[in-house]
Design a binder for this molecule. Sequence first.
Ligand code: HEM
Length: 463
Amino acid sequence: MSYSDAVSNGLSIQEQVGFRHMPPWPADPDYRHFAHENVLTQGEIDAVVDWVNFGAPFGDPNLEPDPPVFPPGGSLLDTIDFQVAIEPYTLQSNVDEYRWFVISNPFPSTIYVNAIEVFPGLDSVVHHADISYDNTGASMANDLLDPLPGFNGSTGPPTYSFYMNAWQPGGNVVRYPPQWGIAVPPGTDFVIEIHYGPGAQGQIDSTVMNLEFVTGGNVRPVNVGWLLGSGNMTDGPLVVPANTVRTFHQEYTVPSNRSFVSICPHMHHVGVSYKVWYEHAGDSVPLIDIPMWDFHWQRYYTFQQVQPIPAGAVIKSIGVYDNTMNNPDQPNNPPQNIYWGSTTADEMFLCYFIWANYQAGDENIVLDSTLIVSAPSTLAPVVEWSAYPNPAQEMVSVVVPDAMRGPVDIQLLDATGRVVRSTQVNVFSQEPVTVSLEGLPGGIYHLRLQAAGKRVTGKVVKR
Ligand code: HEM
């Protein structure tokens, strides 16, 4: 929150950032970029490391940002249509606890969830909260067997029917495009799985999840669920004998044209990597690569733009499992044979997706709000401009807004703010101006247009 906070945690920040443990982002950004990705460039990492090495100087006070302002009450939703609140739970131990809380869905007809936000009660203890809905009643039955609020793995396997969302510290509101909503049928139960960190015995947690529903008609139902599972393995079953490393593959043929919003691979502790792509008409399109799987950092990764996948395309995957002492996360000493199962000492090979049926134009829906361009508030009114294609490969075309006709300065800045391309052009029409990206490394860039008193900036992604 402040300079003094940063200084007093300087060495820890330097270590976490320098070793790329923080910010957590196990997906390989060179394989596929995602919306709002927590990825630092090497230049940014060096800046943090150098800052600590040089005694953490204050810097230019004129550049100090204002502290963030939080909305009253904390919620960023327009309306809270339903609050899913766990029964206050007293942590039972000083070691990590995993607990599943079950809340019945009171709505008599299907609801369509457009946005989800989570407020942990014990915000320094809750490591993650995974949200699903269960249409089998099994989670509720487990909860009833356990005298405390919720239940843990020892009273029966958690039943996730439909894994809706995963929240971690730093997680923001998850919002689907307008009129898109996750369909939650009546007669179901919401399940919030919480991982509590160690050292909090006796503290009371009361985490809540706020839901905002789609309003009005023309709802685009959004589906959630895994499309790659045990039945999709081409070389299953998933058996990893003790002291072996095994590789498995999956395939799923997409039955109809679909528009994908996000992807969430899932393994347990013996899994070490998971890569997913699709193939269609001779093309291969990367979806996600997690080269160093980490059970503690699981999430839904949202595509930067809606990702259509046509009927007949085959989604393929490769997963590697290391059941030897070389894998510090494998749960047994000495290693034991590992089979598919729902406790964390078993294994899984699942990939969840969130998708809707395809409609023309879906591919133009931008899901990364930082790619939606607006003018800085201190300058002239917001003017519309567009850059395409975005993400781009060798060049990007920019249509300069009418209000900025005449001599225009166009600059491309890298993530550290360094100007990597600069040009001045006279613009008299809607004819696009092209900016070359040739020779630049893949990543996120800022494209800045300036003309008499007006400035607009937007992000451009180089693949
Ligand atoms: C540049 C950005 C970030 C920096 C500098 C940073 C720094 C740190 C530091 C110094 C720690 C303490 C580690 C320790 O005490 O051993 C930490 C822990 C943690 N951070 Fe970050 N962090 C960043 C981004 C994030 C983000 C984006 C998230 C969530 C998505 C996150 C979630 C956590 C969690 C959950 C822990 C506790 C981990 C544990 O106890 O196992 N951090 N971070």
